[in-house]
Design a protein around this ligand. Structure first.
Ligand code: IMP
Length: 210
């Protein structure tokens, strides 16, 4: 019996990672387009909360209502010491670009950190996943974080987003140089997902069973 769960993200980078993280688990994660939930203008306003958890919860509630499926959503981002925790919840919109968003954000990050001493370049990726079994059910949050340093130039071609600039303390290379499994073992998303699926294993889903 496979449990069908909506993973409410339209980000190609996140979808790839969730497919990798979910391999071998007894759940079938589907993404909005696969479930016939096409993008709507209101989605623009779902990420207006001031916290990762607030944003993830708004996304989970919206997509649980629209899909009728058990739903998990996540919000994630990068907090940099020298920038007082920015870009944080605004990581995706940091440079305000509408195309080549990752390149524009990385350029903006390097510009803002120009001349910052290595100790001030410490950074943390954070991820909060929020699970809602059905519309109206109580949400449940799971968190993951991972520490590193922002380099002065990008290194590596894997991953997505800020990964070429994020030198992981635990892996000893950037997340863009790391193999997917190396990143997942320590990443904010890998850790939040691990917490979530460990909890789910002890709380069987009633709806969505096929
Ligand atoms: P959101 O959660 O959809 O608001 O977007 C999170 C943003 O944070 C992404 O667009 C990336 O810029 C950044 N981000 C989150 N997780 C990662 C990651 O694992 N690697 C690189 N960038 C990330």
């Amino acid at each position: 019996m496979t449990i069908r769960i909506l993973f409410a993200t339209r980000s190609a980078g996140k979808q790839r990672e969730i497919r990798e993280l979910a391999a071998g688990l007894p759940y079938e994660f589907v993404f909005p387009d696969d479930a016939g939930i096409f993008e709507q203008p209101e989605e623009e306003n779902l990420e207006n909360a001031e916290t990762f958890e607030g944003n993830a919860r708004r996304k989970a509630e919206f997509f649980a209502r629209r899909s009728g499926l058990p739903t998990v959503a996540e919000d994630s981002g990068l907090e940099v010491l020298a920038l007082g925790g920015a870009p944080g919840v605004r990581s995706k919109r940091f440079a305000g670009a509408t195309h080549d968003v990752d390149t524009a954000n990385n350029t903006e990050l390097l510009r803002r950190l120009h001349g910052a001493a290595p100790l001030r370049r410490k950074a943390r990726y954070r991820c909060v996943m929020v699970w809602i079994e059905h519309a109206g059910a109580a949400p449940r949050a799971f968190e993951g974080a991972t520490d590193g340093v922002i380099l002065e130039a990008p290194v590596g071609t894997g991953g997505f987003g800020y990964d070429p600039l994020f030198f992981s303390d635990e892996v000893g290379k950037t997340f863009a140089e790391a193999e997917p499994a190396e990143k997942h073992a320590v990443s904010h998303r890998g850790r939040a997902f691990q917490q979530f699926t460990a909890w789910l294993a002890g709380h069987p889903v009633g709806a969505g069973v096929r």
